[in-house]
Ligand binder design. Structure first.
Ligand code: NAP
Ligand code: MG
Length: 480
């Protein structure tokens, strides 16, 4: 297998100016996958210069919009053609299962590209009702150079959430993927060139976020930062960007409530609880990490959760139901949270430790369920970002909604009930950007996604994302 080894700047495959490299690690066995350029400030600056030139002098923003759509559609087809290769890179890089990479994520990348390819020639302004002698209208224009900074949990998928709408609208970009998961972004940028994307329109710089990310946030020629990652880094970005009046959108962390009422279809709800927390090893911003269960069924649900969780035996992601967590740092952090849960007095009813495979290598953690969690405990308030579930009892609907909203975050929420009135009251009252009813972790390119409260602001996906990548210009024309 060929591994990407260069950054893509101005359409060229390049090494870091300073010559540095770093190793990309496979979390399944701690082996080195390959070396990647450790870019620095000079590389970030070169990428911004290339993107600026492509925007100011190139034809990407000004070409017939349908042509932009054709390039994005061609790229979608190339992603489908290279699905197995991209999926394998993703699985090696962050330990997600072969099924998740190959059957869900990479196909979804292609679908999102197709979805926004369709918008390329449908981003319109309005002609407004105007009296005789005057014409008032609005125009939608690309913002300019967009710097996308992305996390490691869904590397190519979350990059595409930004790239597809930004390019459809005619922007140019610099992508800074997470350091530990840059392989698919680099390969994707090569495929974009093959699809006919002009040089400089999509640049990818690899290396440390504290260096490159920061250089992009401070750079005067970057017009917008589109960030997905932790709340702490997001806040820092917003503070720094304020000095340059850059546009900023932030997709941040979550601690999403998944609420089961006594009248729910329990079999479905339990399955939803499992995928809500163990899908992608719990490394999901919208993970259903707080399971709220009505007291009348609480003991029964806890018993069944313990049995079901034990079946998510972690192992080699090419065949297991759950892979390793993505990195050593994440492994240490999640194990630390598990110890904290025990120390806080929560009752561990499943897992609760590292999982050892035969080789003795790899960052495996047992699927862990804590019962009798009080919502005030730190394991209920803070994002763990791993396969650790906190199960919290509640008495009635008012209690459930109060606990659901008692969180700094507001990314997603779900309710399991057969009572349609109760479901709709929950949809209205819960402070979260996405609400599922009798479902969990379902996404569609047409459905906007984003946060309330500390989960960030701005919306990705759907038509709503076009607002994040365009400026609205008003024109007043006196007709004489
Ligand atoms: P992170 O540590 O905040 O990193 C995110 C990105 O920011 C990485 O590319 C990182 O680069 C870069 N970065 C780090 N320090 C920076 C700085 N000072 N200035 C600019 N960029 C900087 O988050 P993560 O650990 O990768 O991802 C997990 C977090 O993302 C979780 O909180 C999760 O909830 C959130 N998330 C949110 C969503 C959503 O849609 N709301 C989706 C997925 C994940 P390095 O990799 O080099 O450090
Ligand atoms: Mg890796």
């Amino acid at each position: 297998m060929n591994f990407p080894s260069s950054m893509i700047i101005g359409g060229e495959a390049v090494a870091a100016v300073g010559g540095g490299t770093y190793e990309s690690i496979n979390p399944a066995d701690e082996s080195v996958i390959c070396s990647l350029p450790a870019g620095g400030v000079e590389d970030a600056n070169a990428a911004v210069t290339a993107a600026r030139k492509a925007f100011d002098e190139g034809d990407w923003p000004t070409m017939a919009p349908s042509r932009r759509g054709r390039v994005l559609r061609k790229l979608a087809d190339l992603v489908r053609k290279h699905r197995d290769e991209l999926a394998q890179l993703e699985t090696l890089d962050v330990g997600k299962t072969a099924f998740d990479s190959g059957k869900i994520e990479i196909p979804t990348v292609a679908n999102i590209l197709d979805y926004y390819a369709g918008f390329a020639d449908k981003v319109t302004g309005d002609t407004l009702p105007s009296e005789a002698g005057v014409l008032r209208m609005t125009l939608r224009e690309p913002i300019g150079v967009v710097a996308a900074i992305t996390p490691w949990n869904f590397p190519l998928l979350l990059a595409t959430w930004k790239i597809a709408p930004a390019l459809a609208c005619g922007n140019t970009m610099v992508l800074k993927p997470a350091k530990i998961s840059s392989l698919t972004s680099l390969r994707f940028a090569e495929l974009a060139l093959e699809a006919g994307l002009p040089a400089g329109v999509l640049n990818v710089v690899t290396g440390s976020g504290a260096v490159i990310g920061e250089a992009l946030v401070n750079h005067p020629d970057v017009d917008k930062i589109a960030f997905t990652g932790s709340t702490a880094v997001g806040i820092g970005i917003q503070q720094k960007a304020a000095g340059t009046t850059k546009r900023v959108t932030l997709e941040l962390g979550g601690k999403s409530p998944n609420v089961i009422f006594e009248d729910a279809d329990l079999k479905q709800a339990l399955r939803g609880a499992m995928t809500g927390i163990f899908y992608n090893k719990g490394e999901v911003c919208a993970a259903g990490s707080r399971l709220l269960v009505q007291r009348s069924i609480y003991d029964d649900v806890c018993e069944q959760l313990a049995t079901m969780a034990a079946k998510f035996v972690p192992g080699d992601p090419s065949s297991a139901r759950m892979g390793p967590v993505a990195s050593k740092a994440q492994y240490d952090s999640v194990l630390n949270w598990i110890e904290k849960g025990k120390a806080e007095g929560a009752r561990c009813i499943s897992g609760g430790e590292a999982h050892h495979v035969e080789s003795g290598k790899g960052y495996y953690i047992q699927p862990t369920v804590f019962a009798d969690v009080d919502n005030a405990m730190s394991i209920a308030q803070e994002e763990i970002f791993g396969p650790v579930l906190a199960v919290i009892p509640f008495d009635d609907e008012a209690d459930a909604i109060a606990i659901a909203n008692d969180s700094p975050y507001g990314l997603a929420a779900a309710i399991w009930t057969r009572d349609v009135g109760r479901a709709l009251r929950f949809v209205r009252k819960v402070k979260a950007g996405t609400v599922w009813v009798n479902a969990y972790n379902l996404y569609d390119p047409s459905l906007p996604f984003g946060g309330y409260k500390a989960s960030g602001f701005g919306r990705e996906l759907g038509e709503a994302a076009l607002d994040s990548y365009t400026e609205l210009k008003s024109a007043w024309i006196n007709l004489g």
